[in-house]
Design a protein around this ligand. Structure first.
Ligand SMILES: NC(=O)c1ccc[n+]([C@@H]2O[C@H](COP(=O)([O-])OP(=O)(O)OC[C@H]3O[C@@H](n4cnc5c(N)ncnc54)[C@H](O)[C@@H]3O)[C@@H](O)[C@H]2O)c1
Length: 325
C-alpha cells in the first residue's frame, strides 16, 4: 500500500513520514512548501504543488498507485484565520474537497484527516470526549469541523475508510532537523523570548484553574506520529472503517507550569528578567482543554509515550540547532 502524505514537509507531517517509513511503508509527499521545508524529508519522493491543483493530485495518486492518504496540508494559525477567513476556507476546505474528489476518482481506500481540538471551541468539561459538543469559535476551527464532516460524508458515499484525528497541543521534536520553526504555538513563542533574553508572556492569570493560567493537554509530536502510523495500519487492514478520535495525553499542564519548566530547561530559572509578564487574557481562550483518550486507546491500542519534560527538552534542543534559520 502506498501512502500519500499531503503537507508531509511540515512540522507534524515530517514526523509522520518518518514514523511510517520506519515501519517500512511506501510514502510519497505532496507539499506546496508554503510553510514546509524539503530538507525535513530527504530521500522521500516529493511532489511540489498544492492540493488545490486537482490535475496534479489526481496524476500523483495514479502515478504512485496510492491507496491511502494522510492529509495534513492546511493553514493553522487561529489569528490569521480570523483576519483571512476565506483564505482558510479555500486552503483547508476547498483543498480537502478536491483531494477527496481525486481520491474517489482513483479508488483510494483510506484517508487519515488532520483535525484539531479547535473543533470543540471552549469546552466546559474537565476532560473533552469525542461526544463533547463541537462549537468552534474561529474560522480555523470551522474549517477543521467542516473537513471532518466532508470526510465522513464522502467516505460513507464512496466506501472509503477514514480516521479524523483531533490533535491537542503539539510540541517537541524527534530530532532537531524536524523542529517546529513556525513559532505560533506557546512552546516556540516562549523559547523565542527566553533565547532573546526577554520575559515570556502569560495571557491571563485569573482563570478558574490551579494557578490561574490556562490548562492545556500537550502531546509530543512523536506520539502524534505514532498515532497516525497506528491509524494507517488499522485502516489498511480493515480493522477500523470509521474513527473520530482525540490525540492527547489526558494530562493538563498550566501555561505557568510550561513557562517555569522552560525557564529551567533553558537555564534561566533564577534570572529576574525571565520572570513571566502577565498580559490581559485573550478573547476566546478557554480555561482548560484536556483530552479524554479512551477512544483512541480502545480503537488503536495507542497511548502517548513521552512526558512533558522530554517534549520541552526536545523543543529546546531543536530551537538551539535551528537558531537564525
Ligand atoms: N501544530 C499543532 O499544534 C496542530 C494542532 C492541531 C492540528 N494541526 C494540524 O496539523 C496539520 C499540520 O500542522 P503543522 O503544525 O505540521 O503545520 P505546518 O505549517 O508545519 O505544516 C503544514 C504543511 O502543509 C503544507 N501546505 C499548506 N497548504 C498547502 C496546500 N494548499 N497544498 C499543499 N501543501 C500545503 C505546508 O507547506 C506545510 O508543509 C495541519 O492540518 C494543522 O491544522 C496542527
Amino acid at each position: 500500500m502506498t501512502w500519500l502524505v499531503t503537507g508531509g514537509a511540515g512540522y507534524i507531517g515530517a514526523h509522520i513520514v518518518q514514523a511510517m517509513r520506519s515501519e517500512g511503508k511506501t510514502v510519497v509527499v505532496l507539499d506546496d512548501l508554503s510553510t514546509g521545508h524539503a530538507t525535513r524529508i530527504d530521500g522521500v519522493p516529493l511532489v511540489h504543488g498544492s492540493v488545490l491543483d486537482y490535475q496534479l493530485v489526481e496524476h500523483t495518486l495514479r502515478r504512485h498507485a496510492v491507496t491511502g492518504i494522510v492529509h495534513l496540508a492546511a493553514k493553522k494559525q487561529v489569528d490569521e484565520s480570523v483576519r483571512l477567513p476565506l483564505y482558510y476556507y479555500r486552503e483547508n476546505v476547498e483543498g480537502l474537497r478536491r483531494l477527496l474528489e481525486a481520491a474517489i476518482a482513483t479508488d483510494v481506500e483510506a484517508i487519515v484527516f488532520s483535525s484539531s481540538a479547535a473543533v470543540y471551541g471552549a469546552p466546559t468539561e474537565s476532560w473533552v470526549t469525542e461526544d463533547t459538543q463541537c462549537s468552534p469559535i474561529n474560522p480555523y476551527g470551522h474549517t477543521k469541523l467542516t473537513g471532518e464532516w466532508m470526510v465522513e460524508a464522502a467516505a460513507a458515499a464512496a466506501g472509503l475508510r477514514y480516521a479524523n484525528l483531533r490533535y491537542f497541543n503539539v510540541a517537541g521534536c524527534s530530532s532537531p532537523t524536524l523542529a517546529d520553526l513556525g513559532g505560533a504555538n506557546i512552546v516556540p513563542m516562549v523559547l523565542r523570548r527566553l533565547d532573546a533574553q526577554q520575559a515570556p508572556m502569560i495571557f491571563g492569570d485569573s482563570y478558574p484553574t490551579q494557578d490561574g493560567t490556562c490548562v492545556r493537554d500537550y502531546v509530543h509530536v512523536a506520539d502524534i506520529a505514532s498515532a497516525h502510523a497506528a491509524a494507517a495500519n488499522a485502516l489498511a487492514g480493515g480493522d477500523i472503517k470509521a474513527l473520530t478520535a482525540n490525540i492527547g495525553t489526558g494530562v493538563g499542564y498550566s501555561v505557568r507550569e510550561i513557562v517555569e519548566t522552560l525557564r529551567v530547561i533553558t537555564g534561566h530559572e533564577s534570572d529576574a528578567w525571565a520572570e513571566p509578564i502577565v498580559a490581559p487574557a485573550r478573547a476566546g481562550d478557554p480555561p482548560r482543554v484536556v483530552a479524554a483518550t479512551d477512544r483512541i486507546r480502545d480503537a488503536l491500542g495507542w497511548r502517548a509515550r513521552h512526558d512533558v519534560g522530554q517534549m520541552l527538552t526536545s523543543a529546546w534542543e531543536g530551537w538551539v540547532a535551528n537558531r537564525g534559520r
